[in-house]
Design a protein around this ligand. Structure first.
Ligand code: ATP
Length: 591
């Protein structure tokens, strides 16, 4: 069953952003300081311009050389401002890169820390969208937004303070005219978060639909479900389009509104300044300086507006990336810590009154009791949906029952840390993974400190003769030029089992859907791995059950029979009937 991935709330995103800023506080302080210097240098130019105007107006002394000196000063300070701004941006971009890497690493760590039972239930498309698109948006924002926003903020602050210092009345007038900008931003912010969360969610939904269509392509083709998948994809595309249009509409209101509002302070200061000058209260140079400052304010405020808009999208992405932290620690952590686990657990697996449900309130296992003795071969049989795979997952520690227990020795299997779990019990299915990495590292996943001799021995134990044909041997990069076929990939995964050396193996459809040739090769490899271990096999063929020491029969989530083949055939109940009907059909001699 698929479950929704959580989205971090505004407070959590703010806390995470603050943590990220604090983690690199040296760079943040440097950005602010260098920016402050750049902004201070930037104020000098317009002030000198005012002085030039006043000097010319006064017309006393050597006007030309005074103006030259003032103009030279303005040029020097402009160069100083440009250099400092460039330096601040450089520090900022480096800070952004480091922080973006930190956010990505955090996401990856959280994803890898998810227990299999939780990971299995998460929507793949959403997880991929968060790790790729959303993380990229957050990275880009941190790289560019933080330095640019800080530069713009400090610059704007200096300009406003400078106008107020020049003349408080003109300063107040300029500030009053900025109210329009504040109103536009307020209107926008109220609507932007839900709009951008909807954009991200619809994008993830679309990714989910595409991923599940690609994954189930064969089934879709076999069952003729193309039209339904096309409809589902079109619905997801249209939802994504309308979510994006909704967010774009907010921009079409914000920007014109803000553009008009940004012109108002200049108009206001010119009008009020003109009146003050006419009454001899301020010089014309001072009015020009204040007007230039307010005109310059448009630059940083424009940048801030642009980023406010983009930060909403990035904020939604940040909330989605951080959302993974919302998966409760209880689900995330195994409850047993390494030191709590018995050094020698013993090999006996015991299932005690285990009940399990995928969805609340609907148990698919109803109180299973079972003891698997060391070295035993147990087959689990039952009709489709009886609960065999679910029981296998509980036995393999991939999930835990909501009531009752599944233990090895005295420790709940699901509580074992992954490194210890694979030394006790391994579930073998058809889902095996070959990583784009060297053959050596593909194998060392199972035992990180294994020597090359041990790796060779493990591959040979499962009959992987293809190792001898690889020119680079264990150094061969898999997945690029060397692609393993199905049986070889299964052998690789079985070699990992040999290396992990668990006392118990659980087989769930390890060979069920392979073509006969591949299945034969895989079964031979499997036989080598099974020797000397406890084996619990979900039996799809009754011959497998026949060869087992004991057979557990499941029906509708219950263990209805348990015994040897002969005992169950003699009892003539569920297994006996199955055996007789299969025997009749297959015409296979029974005992
Ligand atoms: N991920 C899941 N989410 C919700 N229900 C599930 C999930 N997996 C299995 N089920 C349900 O749990 C019950 C037991 O399923 P399970 O796969 O364990 O049976 P099974 O005996 O292994 O069947 P099969 O032989 O077809 O694999 C079924 O009713 C099934 O629909």
């Amino acid at each position: 069953m698929s479950r929704q991935l959580p989205i971090a709330g505004t407070a959590e995103v703010r806390a995470a952003a603050l943590r990220d800023l604090r983690a690199d506080r040296g760079a943040v302080v440097a950005i602010i300081l260098v920016n402050a210097l750049a902004s201070a240098a930037g104020l000098v130019g317009p002030w000198l311009l005012g002085r030039i105007i006043d000097t010319i107006q006064a017309g006393t002394g050597d006007v030309l050389s005074k103006v030259d000196r003032l103009a030279f000063g303005a040029l020097v300070f402009t160069i100083v401002q440009t250099t400092l701004t460039w330096w601040a941006l450089k520090i900022g971009y480096r800070f952004g890169e480091r922080t973006a890497a930190r956010v990505r690493e955090r996401f990856l760590k959280r994803t890898l820390a998810l227990p299999p039972r939780v990971a299995d239930q998460l929507p793949t498309g959403d997880l991929i969208a968060r790790g790729s698109t959303d993380a990229a948006v957050v990275a880009l924002t941190l790289r560019s937004a933080v330095p640019e926003v800080l530069v713009a903020l400090v610059h704007a602050l200096f300009l406003i303070v400078a106008v107020v210092v020049l003349d408080p009345l003109l300063g107040l007038c300029g500030l009053a005219c900025l109210i329009g900008v504040a109103a536009a931003v307020r209107w926008y912010l109220k609507r932007a978060r839900p709009a951008y969360l909807a954009v991200a969610a619809s994008g993830a939904e679309l990714a989910d639909v595409v991923a599940s269509t690609a994954k189930g392509a064969r089934t879709i083709e076999l069952l003729g479900l193309e039209d339904r998948r096309e409809q589902a994809t079109e619905a997801a595309i249209s939802q994504a389009r309308s979510a994006r249009l909704g967010a774009l509409w907010l921009r079409t209101v914000l920007f014109p509104w803000a553009d008009v509002s940004l012109g108002l302070p200049v108009v206001g200061v010119l009008l009020v300044g003109g009146a003050l000058h006419a009454n001899g209260l301020v010089s014309i140079g001072l009015v020009v300086t204040a007007t230039v400052y307010l005109r310059q304010l448009v630059g940083p405020l424009d940048i801030l507006m642009l980023w406010i808009e983009q930060l909403q999208g990035a904020g939604a992405s940040y909330a989605r990336v951080e959302g993974l932290a919302g998966i409760s620690d209880e689900e995330r952590q195994p409850t047993a810590h390494i030191q709590d686990v018995d050094a020698d657990l013993g090999d006996r697996i015991q299932v005690n009154n285990a009940r399990y449900s995928y969805t609340d309130g609907r148990d698919v296992l109803h109180g299973i009791d079972l003891i698997v003795q060391p070295g035993e071969r147990l087959a689990i049989v039952g009709t489709s949906g009886a609960g065999k795979s679910t029981l296998a997952r509980l036995l393999a520690g991939l999930d835990r029952p909501h009531t009752g227990s599944v233990t090895i020795g005295s420790t709940p299997v699901a509580d074992l840390p992954p490194g210890q779990l694979r030394e006790h019990v391994v579930l073998i299915t058809q889902d095996h993974h070959v990583f784009h990495d060297t053959l050596r590292d593909n194998l060392r996943i199972a035992r990180p400190n294994a020597t090359d001799e041990e790796l060779h021995a493990a591959l040979h134990a499962v009959g992987a003769e293809w190792l001898d044909d690889l020119p680079l041997g264990l150094d061969t990069e898999l997945g690029h030029e060397t692609i393993l076929d199905g049986a070889s990939a299964q052998q690789l995964s079985l070699a990992r089992v040999v290396l992990a050396d668990p006392h118990t193996l659980i087989l769930d459809e390890a060979t069920a859907q392979l073509d006969p040739r591949t299945a034969r090769r895989t079964e031979q490899s499997l036989a080598a791995v099974l020797r000397g271990r406890t084996v619990i096999a979900i039996a799809h063929r009754l011959q497998t059950a026949h060869d087992a020491d004991r057979i557990a029969v499941m029906e509708a989530g219950e263990l209805v029979e348990l015994g040897t083949h002969n005992e169950l055939v003699s009892a003539g109940r569920v297994y006996g009937k199955l055996w007789h009907s299969w025997h009749a059909e297959a015409d296979t001699p029974s005992d």
